[in-house]
Design a protein around this ligand. Structure first.
Ligand code: ZN
Length: 342
C-alpha cells in the first residue's frame, strides 16, 4: 500500500502506523523517509547504501536522561528527518510547535521532510490540539508519521486526519524464519523464542523471555479466572499482584500481554487457523478458554482494558482501578464509563 503511494507520488501528509510493540513500526517509518529521500532509489524503494539512506538510519538519541534534551526533536544524521518521543509520560505542546515550525521549511537537502511522532497515544488534549494545526494543512514536502500500539487512545480529530496503516502481529513462523536466516540463531532456540515472543520481533530479539514468560503465566491466570473458573478471589489476587510496586514498570506490558491472550482466544472462538495465533505454544489453554467466551465479550474486555489505560494518564490509584477493571470484566459491576467506540 505504501509502495503504491510512493509510486504515484501521493503519500499522504499524515500517516498513522499502528500495531503491537516491537514489530518494526518505527523502523518502517524510517524506511519510508529513506525511500522519499534516497539518491538512487530502486523501483521506488530506498537503496540502503547512498549517503542519504545511511544518515537517515542513524537517530541521535540524547546521551543523558535530561528531560530538556528529550523535549527537542531528535534528528537523524540527515537534516530533514527527525523524531519526537514523550519525555516522561506525555508528549508536550512545545514538541508539536517545533514540528509545526520545522514542517513549514522546505527540505534542506533531500526531497521531503519527515517527522516521526513515537508513542502518539501519549498526546494529551493540549498537545493533540497543537498537532492538529499541522495535520490540517501539512506543506506538500513534509510528512508526519504517527506511531502507536494503542490507536484507541487517540482523539477522533487526530484519527480522522491520518491515513491509518495497520501492522499485523508477526506469526511465530515469520519470527522463527527471521531469527534463523538473518540473526543466525540455531533452529531449536529460534523455534522456542519465536513461539514465546507473543508476535513481537523486538521481544524475540531481546532474548529476555524469562520476564515475558512469567508475565504471560500471570495474565493467563486472569483470563482463566474470567472465562472458566469464574473465580473472584483469584481475580483480586491477580489485581493485587499486578499493581505491586516491584512491577510498576511492567504494568502496561502486562496489560499488553493480557490483550494478546484475549485476542488469541477471540480469534480461536471465531475459528481462525491455529498458526495465526500469536501465543501458539499456549494453544491448548487458549482453545479451552475460547470455548468459554463469546466474541462480543472478548471485544468488550479489550475496550475495558483500553479504558483503564486512559484513566492511568490522569494518575488514578492503580490498585483500585485494576480491581474495578477485573470486576467489570467479570461482569459483576457495570462499566462506569461506556467504552468509547471510535
Ligand atoms: Zn539510498
Amino acid at each position: 500500500m505504501l509502495k503504491r503511494m510512493l509510486v504515484s507520488g501521493r503519500l499522504p501528509g499524515a500517516l498513522l502506523f499502528t500495531g503491537e510493540e516491537g514489530i518494526g513500526k518505527k523502523l518502517f517509518a524510517l524506511e519510508v523517509a529513506r525511500a522519499l529521500n534516497c539518491r538512487s532509489p530502486k523501483d521506488h524503494e530506498a537503496c540502503g547504501v547512498c549517503p542519504s539512506c545511511v544518515r537517515i538510519a542513524k537517530l541521535n538519541y540524547p546521551q543523558r536522561e535530561d528531560a530538556e534534551e528529550w523535549t527537542q526533536i531528535i534528528w537523524t544524521d540527515h537534516p530533514d528527518v527527525g523524531l519526537v518521543v514523550a519525555p516522561k509520560r506525555v508528549l508536550r505542546v512545545e514538541q508539536m510547535r517545533q514540528i509545526e515550525k520545522e514542517a513549514n521549511f522546505r527540505p534542506f537537502e533531500g526531497k521531503a521532510r519527515v517527522f516521526l511522532i513515537d508513542e502518539a497515544d501519549k498526546l494529551n488534549d493540549a498537545s493533540a490540539n497543537a498537532l492538529l494545526k499541522v495535520l490540517e494543512e501539512p506543506p506538500k514536502t513534509s510528512h508526519l508519521i504517527l506511531i502507536t500500539a494503542r490507536p484507541a487512545m487517540l482523539l477522533p480529530t487526530i484519527l480522522s486526519r491520518c491515513q491509518m496503516i495497520r501492522f499485523s502481529p508477526l506469526t511465530p513462523d515469520e519470527i522463527e524464519s527471521h531469527l534463523v536466516k538473518t540473526e543466525k540463531v540455531d533452529t531449536k532456540t529460534a523455534r522456542l523464542r519465536a513461539r514465546a515472543a507473543g508476535g513481537s520481533m523486538g521481544r524475540a530479539l531481546s532474548g529476555d523471555l524469562v520476564t515475558f514468560t512469567s508475565q504471560r503465566k500471570a495474565m493467563l491466570k486472569v483470563l482463566n479466572a474470567l472465562a472458566i473458573s469464574d473465580d473472584r478471589a483469584q481475580l483480586l489476587r491477580s489485581a493485587e499482584q499486578l499493581t505491586e510496586a516491584q512491577y510498576k514498570e511492567e504494568f502496561e506490558e502486562r496489560l499488553d500481554v493480557l490483550e494478546t491472550l484475549i485476542r488469541d482466544a477471540w480469534m480461536l472462538s471465531l475459528g481462525v487457523q491455529s498458526n495465526q495465533v500469536v501465543n501458539e505454544d499456549l494453544l491448548s489453554e487458549l482453545n479451552e478458554i475460547s470455548k468459554n467466551i463469546d466474541p462480543s465479550r472478548a471485544a468488550d474486555w479489550i475496550l475495558q482494558i483500553e479504558d483503564l489505560r486512559e484513566q492511568l494518564i490522569v494518575n488514578v490509584n492503580r490498585r483500585v482501578t485494576t480491581d474495578a477493571l477485573f470486576l467489570v470484566m467479570a461482569g459483576d459491576v457495570p462499566a462506569l464509563k461506556r467504552p468509547k467506540i471510535r
